[in-house]
Design a protein around this ligand. Structure first.
Ligand SMILES: NC(=O)c1ccc[n+]([C@@H]2O[C@H](COP(=O)([O-])OP(=O)(O)OC[C@H]3O[C@@H](n4cnc5c(N)ncnc54)[C@H](OP(=O)(O)O)[C@@H]3O)[C@@H](O)[C@H]2O)c1
Length: 303
């Protein structure tokens, strides 16, 4: 059986690797998957494919901008024409990007494109390929008892930003990840009876190109080494969560603590902490003072 994995990958050099490269490697070593990789930069896709293809394993690449309207359907049609769409066992919805800064001053087209990339394309791909997985499980029920490789898996890469009651200055990004987390957790339950397992991965700050794509001067959180996960660790934990068939997995103890303590605190405090993390260090002093003031003034918390 041809087994494949779709992700959005851009191999990069050195320690600042994007973690989809690591998640692809992780799947290459822990499963017998062939790969279909999707991203915009074709040269990087091709060099990764050249490095990892072998007689036993196929690595296909598709260069596409998933922030464009209709991209998911176009990608699905490309996969179907290559007789791949119905063979996908593991779908990793990983592409995502954040735009930071003032919401009202942001480029509206860029914000809308980011919603396509973070929400619409993943939702549509989950719908199109999830249906194929369900139909295949109905036609080939024998596969259901052989273990995960014969069943469908959908991995949704969200963020711990989705656990906050809004994150100022990355408002659209955090809202789009809240959508993804909600969607993925709902689908975990809805698709279980069809033999399709959906796992939501929730990383916090991770050393990738993401922080430079953020646009502003690097966000404070990326300047605090203990707060920044390594992409290989994130990929490893994500694949393990998928193999365990978890509904959601928060990466690392610090992020777990954030999501556990957050609901116990007033929303305004959590929002300020989120903003503090995502703003450049030049804003840190002022924001930190506001967090302390809020924490010490119950009246201000409800404001
Ligand atoms: N890094 C973090 O701190 C962090 C934290 C929490 C969650 N996450 C989430 O983790 C996921 C992976 O992020 P990352 O850290 O690996 O980011 P990254 O290093 O910026 O990588 C983004 C990847 O997505 C691809 N991509 C970006 N825009 C695309 C588009 N319009 N169409 C197709 N592909 C596109 C990029 O390849 P091309 O540029 O070649 O298209 C690249 O491979 C994202 O969903 C992100 O929201 C990251």
């Amino acid at each position: 059986m041809f087994q494949s994995f779709m992700s959005l990958l851009s191999p990069s050099n050195g320690s600042n690797a994007t973690w989809r490269e690591d998640i692809a490697r992780e799947l290459l070593t822990s499963t017998s998957c062939n790969l279909v990789l999707v991203a915009r930069r074709k040269d990087r896709l091709q060099s990764f494919a050249a490095e990892h293809s072998s007689g036993l394993r196929a690595v296909e690449v598709v260069s596409m901008d998933l922030a464009q309207e209709g991209a998911a359907r176009e990608l699905y049609n490309i996969l179907a024409a290559a007789d791949l769409a119905e063979k996908i066992d593991v779908l990793v919805l990983n592409a995502g990007a954040a735009i930071s800064g003032s919401f009202v001053e942001a480029d509206m087209d860029a914000l809308t494109a980011s919603m396509h990339l973070n929400m619409v394309s993943p939702m549509q791909l989950a719908r199109l390929i999830g249906q194929d997985m369900k139909v295949r499980n109905q036609l080939e029920p024998v596969h259901a008892v052989r273990g995960f490789e014969q069943k469908g898996h959908i991995v949704v890469v969200s963020s711990i930003a989705s656990a906050s009651p809004g994150v100022p200055h990355v408002a659209v990004y955090a809202a789009s990840k809240a959508f993804l987390t909600s969607l993925g957790c709902a689908l975990h339950q809805e698709l279980a009876s069809a033999g399709v397992c959906v796992t939501v991965s929730m990383p916090g700050a991770t050393a990738t190109e993401f922080s430079s794509v953020l646009g502003e001067e690097a966000a404070l959180i990326f300047r605090i080494p203990p707060m920044v996960s390594q992409s290989r660790q994130v990929a490893h934990e994500t694949v393990l969560a998928m193999l365990r068939r978890d509904s959601e997995h928060i990466i690392g103890p610090i992020n777990w603590l954030y999501t556990a303590v957050g609901p116990l605190l007033p929303d305004s405090v959590v929002r300020h902490v989120g903003e503090l993390a995502f703003r450049p260090p030049s804003h840190a002093q002022e924001l930190f003072a506001r967090v302390v003031q809020l924490a010490m003034s119950p009246a201000a918390i409800t404001a």
